[in-house]
Design a binder for this molecule. Structure first.
Ligand code: ZN
Length: 150
């Protein structure tokens, strides 16, 4: 077990944009990714960005309940490279903002480019709940929280 402490508001790290990860450093992230996934599941979260455990790097993990192949998803340096015009509003919670839910508009469909934990390029479409979770995590990497949608 390698549970990590989750950073909560008002820690200033949460408002700071994260930095891209050098492709050569990705292999070294495996133990951190494993611990982030463990921490996320134990905390009953569906996604966790590295900034939420105190590291301002462009890395996020997403739980298998949200993915089409029912596998954990690891996104390194993720970017939204296209999106639907339509947005959907739904309530979101966040492990870094305990006890609060907030209505947040998100694109219904997004096109995502990222690297996985093997350093391979991912290029895929995400819809509905997965699209929402990815947009929430990318928000974290840019220093945006659900409380910014009030
Ligand atoms: Zn969050």
């Amino acid at each position: 077990m390698g549970l990590l402490n989750i950073v909560t508001i008002p820690n200033p790290k949460l408002k700071k944009p994260s930095e891209d990860i050098n492709k050569d450093k990705i292999k070294e992230l495996k133990p951190l990714i494993k611990n982030m996934l463990e921490t996320m599941y134990v905390s009953d979260g569906i996604g966790l960005a590295a900034v939420q455990i105190g590291k301002n790097i462009n890395l996020a993990v997403i739980g298998k309940e949200a993915t089409p192949d029912n596998k954990d998803m690891v996104l390194i340096n993720p970017k939204i490279i296209g999106h639907s015009w339509r947005k959907v509003v739904a309530e979101e919670g966040c492990l870094s903002v305990p006890g609060i839910t907030q209505k947040v508009p998100r694109f219904a469909k997004i096109k995502v480019k990222a690297l996985n934990q093997e350093g391979q390029l991912l290029n895929f479409d995400a819809t509905d709940f997965l699209a929402r979770v990815i947009q929430h995590e990318i928000d974290h990497l840019q220093g945006t929280l659900i409380t910014d949608y009030v």
